[in-house]
Design a protein around this ligand. Structure first.
Ligand code: A2R
Length: 323
């Protein structure tokens, strides 16, 4: 089986590659990376991945990757994945996420007459639902899209494009809508990973014992990334092409609880908290918790890793080794 992972050098892509290599050691994994990609997340996989240098924004480049890899499955994870960056660079976010995916779909479509018909999982997000009213929780796939950031709009466009390419050309596209997922290797700009890094820096004496934070009231539905990539894999085995699926734990964690847990885990008992206005978003969604029964009716999946005790601990240990 040949598998192509776009975004393999990123947080989720690297964990997905780990999962596939552990469970399907005979699979041939192809990954795309850019010349300037940081490869720290996948350096332990050297020699086990066939890399293609490619910028997803370059249609011809993407075409060449498909021609060379001819995959049976594609996990399309490459994206500008950070909500705050999308406020600063909405056009760049759109080009990478929306045009990049169009390039991928068009490349696959060109090889369809030659018999290429891969299952393609696209990485949508709970951010697509955006503004959710209290009586609309937990969020189902039928909730309306009310995206509240340029990133969320780009993910909604990707999602609908997945629907359209399935309807128009019969392509086997699975539209995942993942709620928050975290764990070791999570970029430091993401809330829990950022707190964990600050704690690790304080422990090493590299930072005064003050953790700077944004909105602590938001409630998010967290899943460990290792559970998430298992769900992605299972989705490509059994989910219905063209359909959209929430993937989540269904458990809401207040950001305050996450921060308090990390502070409790710290060896430094003098940590203070301080709000940083720069970390507040122009519009933030107060509560995002999901319902993934549509997914779990088809797939025998539930999170196995406890987020507060294990995911946060592993993330903190990850930063302790790095700072
Ligand atoms: O920045 P790089 O070169 O390491 O590669 C990132 C890749 N990527 C691109 N690849 C090719 N052409 C581009 N123009 C391009 N722009 C970004 O996407 C990296 O390998 C990946 C993003 O990794 P992370 O930021 O760590 O995202 P994460 O958390 O793994 O998210 C995976 C997917 C995304 O579609 C999110 O929007 C969704 O899950 O939540």
């Amino acid at each position: 089986m040949k598998i192509l992972i776009t975004g393999i050098t990123g947080f989720v892509g690297s964990h997905l590659a780990d999962f596939i290599l552990e469970n399907f050691p005979t699979a041939e994994i192809h990954g795309i990376k850019r010349w300037r990609s940081k490869t720290e997340n996948v350096s332990h996989l050297d020699g086990k991945i066939k890399y293609h240098e490619c910028d997803i924004k370059d249609a011809h480049n993407v075409y060449e990757v498909i021609e060379k890899s001819m995959p049976d499955k594609i996990f399309h994870l490459a994206a500008q994945s950070y909500v705050p960056a999308s406020w600063d660079s909405p056009a760049e976010t759109f080009t990478t996420n929306v045009v990049g995916q169009a390039n991928l779909f068009e490349a696959v479509k060109k090889f369809k007459t030659g018999g290429l018909d891969p299952v393609i999982l696209i990485a949508g997000s709970s951010e697509e639902y955006g503004k959710v009213l209290p009586d609309e929780l937990p969020i189902k796939e039928t909730n309306p899209f009310r995206p509240l950031s340029p990133y969320a709009v780009s993910k909604t466009a990707q999602d609908l494009m997945g629907y359209q390419y399935h309807e128009s050309y019969g392509m086997k596209i699975i539209r995942s809508r993942a709620f928050n997922h975290s764990g070791p290797r999570r970029g430091e700009v993401f809330v829990d990973s950022n707190f964990a890094k600050q704690v690790a820096e304080i422990e090493k004496g590299k930072k005064e014992p003050i953790i700077r934070h944004g909105n602590l009231e938001a409630i998010r539905d967290f899943t460990d990334v290792r559970d998430m990539v298992r769900a992605y894999w299972l989705a490509t085995e059994k989910c219905e092409p063209g359909e959209a699926y929430n993937i989540c734990s269904g458990k809401g964690y207040r950001i305050q609880e996450i921060l308090d847990t990390l502070v409790e885990m710290s060896t430094n008992k003098d940590i203070k908290l301080e709000q940083d206005p720069a970390r507040m978003r122009p519009s933030d969604v107060p509560v995002l918790t999901g319902d993934c029964q549509k997914f779990t009716k088809i797939i025998d999946w539930k999170p196995e890793i406890d987020y507060l005790s294990k995911t946060l601990k592993d993330t903190l240990d990850y930063w302790r080794e790095r700072v």
